[in-house]
Write a protein that binds this ligand. Structure first.
Ligand code: 5GP
Length: 145
């Protein structure tokens, strides 16, 4: 369990600008948007990171996320967007309750333009990729759904 500012929003103890709610999911405007329409989609289940989330909550978010993306794009007129989901301090997570950012991309750069990304490419060999794939696949096989 993780008690965060989003727990208070879910309990109605602090307000939010809600755009969607069902039994398992809430979506609302980010209080400090990096683009107009920046929306947060959260499970009602209090878990810090995606890997800890139940299958039911994950499925509920998966079902509604494309529809919320379509609505944000239609409402803002944006034609490009990012869906961002941070896990852990090292990955820029600040609120330790799972959340998906839906962020319209409205200009190449600058305040309010949306997400800026650096993409530090590396060039592993085919053998290195194969070894990593084997490790991940073996871990998955050992922990079935
Ligand atoms: P993170 O860095 O954890 O992926 O993003 C957390 C997000 O939550 C930030 O974009 C931040 O603006 C947003 N946020 C933090 N506190 C509140 C709040 O009280 N209300 C709303 N609506 N958003 C919040």
């Amino acid at each position: 369990m993780s008690e965060t500012i989003f727990s208070k929003i879910l309990r109605g103890e602090i307000p939010c600008h809600r755009v969607y709610e069902d039994a398992l999911v809430l979506a609302f405007m980010d209080i400090n948007p990096i683009a107009p329409g920046h929306t947060l989609v959260i499970p009602k289940e209090a878990r810090a990171t995606l890997a800890e989330l139940s299958d039911d909550s994950a499925a509920a978010i998966g079902r509604v996320l494309p529809r919320i993306c379509r609505a944000v794009m239609q409402a803002t007129g944006a034609t490009a967007y990012n869906v961002l989901q941070n896990n852990g301090v090292g990955a820029h997570q600040a609120v330790f309750h799972v959340h998906f950012h839906v962020i319209p991309k409205v200009a190449p750069s600058g305040p309010g333009s949306g997400l800026g990304i650096t993409w530090p490419v590396t060039k592993p060999s085919s053998e290195e990729l194969a070894a990593m794939a084997q490790r991940i696949a073996a871990t998955l096989a050992a922990s079935p759904a």
